[in-house]
Write a protein that binds this ligand. Structure first.
Ligand code: UDP
Ligand code: MG
Length: 315
């Protein structure tokens, strides 16, 4: 039994039509590389609780080519957990998570491997275009990267997807991280090491459909920020101090007015504004607290990140 040198990890959820074209493009490509690391590759599919025949497709692929393996999770755990499962199971000296939809061109692997040979531990792909995304998605992505990097000390590179090459050393660091919240980009950023970028052109998804809607993206964004920064928790004390100072000033003003020109009864509007504004602010800050406490609960339970039902092929 030989261990692979290059592990390609592919999380798949309901992707029966996408796996065939993916293999047809990636396998010949890797075989064409001169680099010995690519000569010994494995492609590891992580079936993330698919409800179609994805698992069957992986089984057939494994029967035809032993370099293709699979892990099947017991249910849908989400892409980040599926990626963790893949990273835990990969043997390679270099590990590359990739989407099955071929939006990230596998041809970029050649340059990634070359950069890795030059001594970089993380080589991440950066999209030189986002036209394939809709305008709202581009804007929200932009906003997210900005908010994340402003709030957190671990900067994530903008427009870098999950498509990247990781040296074994980095993989071992990621595997040691105990947290349940697997916001992968954040974990990679935290790990550090020598990082280099490779730019590529992102293509349209050709088969199947995107598994992400705006609500899922929003949850991912909240996961990312809450796992990387405590600024949202701490900002309220400053905001509170600021509002309290304002209130003090206003109180002094009211007292002076009352003393100089008698009691001034009207004030319904300002009262309503103050009550509603502060009420809203308090609910908002409670909500932020809730986001963090909920995550503390999840971490405290310490459940496994994913459950493997079956392994197809062995490495
Ligand atoms: N995926 C997964 N579990 C999920 C959702 C998605 O494993 O719960 C996989 C999916 O099969 C694909 C990759 O994650 O290989 C990226 O998904 P998609 O292309 O839908 O995301 P997008 O490119 O639209 O961000
Ligand atoms: Mg995609």
């Amino acid at each position: 039994m030989t261990m692979a040198d290059l592990s390609i990890i592919v999380p798949v959820k309901d992707e029966e039509e996408a796996i065939g074209p993916f293999l047809a493009r990636v396998v010949p490509l890797l075989e064409s590389f001169d680099d010995p690391v690519a000569q010994s590759f494995e492609i590891l599919f992580v079936d993330d609780g698919s409800s179609d025949t994805t698992l069957e497709v992986i089984r057939k692929a494994n029967a035809a080519d032993r370099r293709i393996r699979g892990i099947s999770l017991s249910r849908n755990f989400g892409k980040e957990a599926a990626l963790s499962a893949g990273i835990d199971a990969a043997d390679g000296k270099a590990v590359v998570p990739m989407d099955v939809d071929l939006q990230d061109p596998p041809e970029a692997l050649r340059e990634m491997v070359a950069k890795w040979r030059d001594g970089y531990d993380v080589v991440y792909g950066v999209r030189d275009n986002r036209e394939t995304d809709t305008l709202p998605k581009r804007l929200t992505a932009d906003l997210y990267y900005r908010a994340h990097n402003w709030l957190s000390d671990d900067k994530i590179p903008e427009h870098a997807g999950d498509f990247r090459l990781l040296d074994r050393r980095v993989v071992d660091v990621i595997r040691q991280m105990p947290e349940r919240n697997r916001f992968m980009k954040g974990l990679f950023a935290w790990a550090g090491f020598r990082q280099a970028a490779v730019s590529y052109h992102r293509e349209e998804r050709k088969v199947g459909t995107t598994k992400y809607n705006y609500w899922k993206l929003w949850r991912l964004a909240v996961d990312g920020i809450t796992s990387a920064s405590t600024v949202p928790l701490r900002v309220w004390s400053y905001l509170g101090a600021f509002v309290a100072l304002g209130a003090l000033g206003y109180a002094i003003y009211i007292i002076i007015v009352a003393l100089t020109s008698g009691i001034n009864v009207p004030g319904y509007a300002s009262l309503m504004v103050a009550v509603l504004f502060l009420g809203g602010l308090q609910l908002l800050s409670l909500g932020v607290l809730g986001e963090y406490i909920g995550r503390i609960l999840i971490e405290a339970k310490g459940r496994p990140l994913y459950v493997i039902r079956e392994r197809i092929g062995e490495g």
